[in-house]
Design a protein around this ligand. Structure first.
Ligand code: ADP
Length: 475
């Protein structure tokens, strides 16, 4: 089975969030299942330089200028980089310019990625490779199924929704510029409140639609979570399949993690050394209470606007918190103020720092994730793996991966975390109180920790589900 993955980010080349982890881990996990996956990604500035030995496998034109597809490898992963300097070779991140605004031509930038996918599906690569299935991710990949359909290319496609909040909207005057047929506007495939909605079109055109947890698959069908697309999703007779993300055990594994003092569920003692180091790194004084962390985009989605108000009582009760993140300037400023006010108990580093995130999971007693919605979420999985007990909202993948502490689950010896039924200030406050109480009961807390560390969130099960899905639809 040959699969072309179409993605805007992929670890270790470029990452802004969970999609990159998934796109990076899936090919290797699938390799053992007789699926060869090649990953198509824009050649952002400097990306091709990371690929080692490369060869040009396609040359042509994409949206008004010459472009190439360059094949190379990073580790074992086979990368196909769309080299279109007029679209990708510029300052800033994959989506935002250096000033933090969307690149104004984002619709065209990712339409070009999808056009390149279709060139490959049509057999355009000079090395002769063609996919049996095209697997597109999020709105940036969503035009791949659309172009396959509009051009009558008979290759099945999967569209995976990692976050329905980002849909790829464009003014309707862009139809021609994006190489989209009028007929697909007229029949409603592309149209959404008089704009082009790329994700909507992908949902309509893909052979199968998946998302990254079973709970989010159900939530997407509801008005509250569907962000205007719940009706489009409900109109698909086969619905949306929820396949939980896994974690990459070679990267996220406290037994072999080079960034930390290693430890394991069997001999967890060295975790204490990581805890001491983390307290020091953040300038916190040990109260004997729990050391919680937040590692996140600082946004309303993540519920982190609720955190400043919850921190005072938590810190006064002996809780400590180390925060790493960037995002909404208002949330950043409020958290900075909290850290200032609660010095020694609460500390924050604004920024994106992968190495530090490893040290934080290793040193933490808990990881706090009060999301309003969370398609899958990875930080609760890293927390489980590293013995940082997740404190989470009951939504999406958080609800699917954490077993909430209750008299019943503690009695049965299966609890792995603390769960908020709602995402509001009261629920977060209560959850942090529960964390302090559970931490004070060390035998129970140690059992919860161990349960999480020994739970299996590797990629094998998820990769098998994707492999089965490809098998269902491949010709
Ligand atoms: P999302 O994709 O919605 O941001 P996920 O939990 O699925 O949320 O994935 C977030 C990923 O990004 C995780 O791997 C997390 O550790 C990482 N991450 C988020 N913020 C930071 C940060 N400031 N520094 C380092 N890693 C971060």
């Amino acid at each position: 089975m040959q699969v072309l993955s179409v993605t805007s980010e992929c670890v270790p080349l470029v990452k802004t969030g969970g999609l990159a982890d998934v796109a990076g881990a899936l090919p290797e996990a699938l390799a053992g299942m007789d699926v060869r996956m090649r990953t198509l990604i824009p050649a952002y500035a400097g990306l091709i330089g990371k690929l080692g030995k490369t060869s040009v496998v396609w040359q042509g034109e994409l949206f008004g200028a010459p472009a190439r597809i360059v094949a190379g490898k990073i580790g074992a992963a086979e990368i196909l980089a769309v080299d279109a300097p007029h679209l990708y070779d510029r300052e800033g991140g994959p989506y935002l310019d250096a000033g933090g605004r969307d690149h104004s031509d984002n619709p065209a930038r990712f339409a070009a990625l999808c056009r390149a996918a279709v060139e490959i599906a049509k057999g355009g690569l000079s090395d002769g490779w063609t996919p049996d299935v095209v697997h597109a991710h999020d709105w940036q990949g969503a035009l791949a199924p659309v172009y396959l359909k509009s051009e009558g290319v008979d290759i099945p496609s999967v569209l995976t929704i990692h976050n329905i909040a980002f849909q790829g909207l464009a003014h309707k005057s862009m139809l021609k510029a994006l190489d989209l047929p009028e007929a697909m506007w007229a029949d409603g495939t592309l149209e959404f409140w008089d704009q082009i909605n790329v994700l909507k079109a992908g949902i309509v055109c893909a052979t199968r639609v998946t998302t990254v947890s079973p709970s989010y698959a159900i939530e997407l069908q509801r008005e509250r979570f569907g962000m205007g697309l719940h009706g489009v999703i409900n109109a698909r007779s086969d619905g949306v399949r929820g396949i939980l993300n896994g974690i990459d055990d070679a990267v996220w594994n406290p037994e072999i993690d080079a960034a930390i003092t290693p430890y394991s569920a069997k001999s967890p003692k060295a975790k204490a050394m990581n805890r001491t180091a983390l307290l020091k790194e953040f300038g916190l004084a040990d109260t004997g209470g729990p050391l919680a962390i937040v590692i996140s985009r600082l946004t309303d989605q993540k519920g982190l606007d609720l955190l400043p108000d919850a921190l005072t009582a938590y810190a006064e009760a002996g809780g400590m918190m180390a925060i790493l993140g960037t995002g909404d300037p208002v949330i950043e400023a409020r958290l900075r103020q909290s850290a200032e006010r609660l010095k020694g108990r609460v500390a924050i580093k604004i920024g994106y720092d992968e190495g530090l995130s490893h040290r934080m999971f290793a040193g933490a007693d808990a990881v706090v994730i009060p999301s309003r919605f969370e398609p899958c979420g990875l930080t609760q999985l890293y927390g489980l793996r590293y013995g940082a007990v997740p404190v989470v909202a009951a939504t999406g993948g958080l609800a699917d991966t954490v077993i909430p502490a209750s008299p019943a689950s503690i009695g049965a010896g299966v609890a792995t975390g603390v769960m908020m039924r709602e995402t509001d200030g009261l629920a977060l406050h209560t959850a942090l109180c529960d964390l302090i109480a559970l931490y004070a009961d060390q035998p129970t807390f140690a059992k919860m920790r161990k349960n999480g560390m020994t739970a299996d969130f590797g990629w094998a099960r998820s990769a098998a589900a994707y492999a089965a899905l490809y098998g269902e639809i491949a010709k």
